[in-house]
Design a protein around this ligand. Structure first.
Ligand SMILES: C[S@@+](CC[C@H](N)C(=O)[O-])C[C@H]1O[C@@H](n2cnc3c(N)ncnc32)[C@H](O)[C@@H]1O
Length: 240
């Protein structure tokens, strides 16, 4: 089934057609979206099938980010407040709950993804914001952990938004910021710009790098130029 959304046609499917080839067609249809607004429109059309489809893709970023945070976070987890930026349907909160974290606030640009997250019941608050065009709807210095998974890439959340993630985090070495990005060919330019900004912010004394993990088997490749699995990276910083 096809869904017309603004000037783009996104491939849609029922969960019964949830094969790798079908999921690949869905993802490739989103590559026509070049702006954040178009991408979020795509996520509105994908929300219903997102969880099943990313399972087919063997999308591991939420569990990799949650493992990374869990292996460094030393505070009281049940009380720690986590800001999940570009939270989607809530896969990151689901993983972090398994590590004992209990308080989640979510932000996303897609109303349909937020509706799905609301139904999952992990978040005490959910807010809509199109990052890059709108500010992060958060008080500064409030969160024990700020996490962004699967959204730092071309056409999604611009690199400039990373400073706001740092501002939202508790200062004084008690707050962590965890970010992920893809390391495959079409995201290498974005990744290089992101890493320049991360290093620049470290030079400015805003945070310190705790861990960077490059992962070979990030998720299954969908583009015709790539086979097997694409790589990705998890970054963990501590706010100063
Ligand atoms: C690949 S999903 C990741 C969702 C979730 N973090 C996960 O790992 O399953 C990307 C999410 O980023 C959101 N997103 C993309 N660009 C955005 C923007 N500029 N502002 C806010 N949300 C955005 C989409 O709506 C979508 O929910």
């Amino acid at each position: 089934m096809f869904c017309t959304n603004s000037s783009f046609r996104f491939v849609r499917m029922s969960s019964a057609n949830n094969t790798f080839e079908n999921v690949k067609a869905v993802i490739l249809s989103a590559h026509k979206s070049t702006t954040s607004r178009e991408k979020v429109s795509f996520y509105n059309s994908w929300a219903e099938n997102y969880d099943q489809d990313v399972a087919v893709l063997e999308y591991r970023a939420p569990s990799l980010a949650a493992n990374c945070i869990s292996s460094h976070f030393g505070g009281a987890r049940e009380a720690a407040v986590v800001l999940d930026v570009a939270c989607g349907t809530g896969l990151v909160a689901k993983q972090m709950k398994q590590h004992g974290f209990g308080q989640f606030v979510g932000v996303d640009g897609s109303e349909a993804m937020l509706d799905a997250a609301r139904k999952n019941g992990f978040y005490r608050d959910l807010k809509q914001s199109l990052l890059g065009e709108e500010p992060l709807p958060s008080e500064w210095g409030l969160f024990d952990v700020v996490v962004i998974v699967g959204a730092l890439s071309v056409g999604q959340v611009p690199v400039g938004a990373v400073r706001q993630l740092c501002k939202a985090t508790k200062p004084g070495l008690s707050g962590y910021i965890c970010m992920t990005t893809r390391s495959n060919q079409d995201n290498l330019e974005y990744k290089a710009t992101l890493e320049l900004e991360l290093r620049q912010m470290e030079k400015e004394g805003l945070w310190t790098c705790v861990e960077v993990t490059e992962v070979d088997k990030w998720e299954r490749a969908v583009s015709d130029q790539e086979d097997g699995y694409i790589p990705g990276a998890v970054y963990l910083y501590k706010k100063l």
